[in-house]
Ligand binder design. Sequence first.
Ligand code: BES
Ligand code: MN
Ligand code: ZN
Length: 503
Amino acid sequence: MNITVRQGEIQKTRTEAIVVNLFQGAKPGGATAAVDAELGGLIGRVVDSGDFTGEKNRTLLLYPDALAARRVLLVGLGRQEDFDLETARQAAGTAARRLQELGVEKAATVLHGAGAGGLEAEEAAQAVAEASILACYRFDEHRSSPEERKALRQLTVVEFDGGRLAAVRRGVRMGRWIAEGTCLARDLVNHPGNTATPSFLASRARALARRHEGLRCRVLDEGAMRKEGMGAILGVSAGSAEPAKLIILEHGLSPRRRGARRRKPLVFVGKGVTFDSGGISIKPGSGMADMKMDMSGAAAVIGAMEVVARAGLAHPVVGIVPATENLLDGKAYKPGDVLTTMAGKTIEIDNTDAEGRLILADALTYAQRYEPEGIVDLATLTGACVIALGSHASGLMANDDGLADRVEAAASATAERVWRLPLWPEYRRQIRSQVADMKNTGGREGGAITAAALLAEFAGDTPWVHLDIAGTAWTDRARAYVPRGGVGVGVRLLVELARRSRK
Ligand code: BES
Ligand code: MN
Ligand code: ZN
């Protein structure tokens, strides 16, 4: 979708459709009032009739003959006192999706809530661009004859106040970058396991580094991992014919110079299990196909790194993705096996389906090389987290309140809900092993937390936040700006966290 910004009056715009808005229980104001005046008070009469009340995410379509535009799409913003940035995103997403379904290819819109809603022009513009692109996302790379469906190709943001144009342009540009990074993550998640292999993720990461200046990509193959002693990821990968990869994307690292103080980076780590069969502890057949999404953490990290590079964020950021399949074979790792991690700690395998924490253990150890100011990992780690929180929030566990607060603040800004769970020492006892330093499961009780307790062993003293996105990475029900399938959850949050770390 191409998005442009123009100074002008929406009611005079010649296009297939214009989008304006309405607060619930209010008279048309701002640009909506200007459109209403051209229409001889039609919108006011509709509102007075009670047929359209401005309820959040409700739309009303009009076909006026008094305007240069063929259609007017009115989108409800809900009550003004409840309005926030997320309402603006949902309004823009709802409108864009409605227009695309109608077959509209070119439209114009106002910003939502930059007047009476109290938003800054720049954040309102970012919200409109971001949500419009996200709402119109489709994935049909695997159809032999993609249905001839029209796409909303051109959106013009019309801003009346010329003094705000520069801010609106900045917001639109950032919104586009963020949305495209999120769509990249969605693509990776939506790809089936037979295309999105560890090697595929590595080649996509390399392609990003070629495309974006300042982004560096390195990939460790299994030989290099063996030299590093990464027995955990290699153990998980042993049953697969597809080779595992450790993918590293670096941005903004200052060269190591004597005397010069090196700025400590943020490190993002994403679980990249491109298909999780459960291994020898095989999963039940029904629903197993969904486990192609078990690399959603990896997708979020790769998508976020693209945005970090495009936006040229000043704060150094490193993305690390341990990528492997979890399959069955004569060479596969087995329950009862003991793996030696890169950190030297040993893990007894109780269940080969608890593979995510194993590959993350080695990735977290590798992350320590960067002497990070903080590590944030994202992983579709446990069904237990889905039982605890459903699909409405990601689980957050941390060894550091300061970093946890920063992640919570970023999450609330992007409306990607997180909910903190405790990580008390008692949980660590559940993963005690008779034969090794720990075992890879802790029983049914507190399953999301005992998984995090294993990760904590490898985060060490580095401030670290773990996000369990098992319930939030995929959706079977479309929302305002989230179509069915891979959500791309975490991309916007990670970018927001990096942006807020610029000082
Ligand atoms: N990838 C799964 C977790 C998962 C479940 C992700 C549902 C998305 C939706 C993970 O590797 C797994 O299998 N976890 C096990 C751990 C158990 C064996 C301790 C689980 O949650 O059942
Ligand atoms: Mn598993
Ligand atoms: Zn898994």
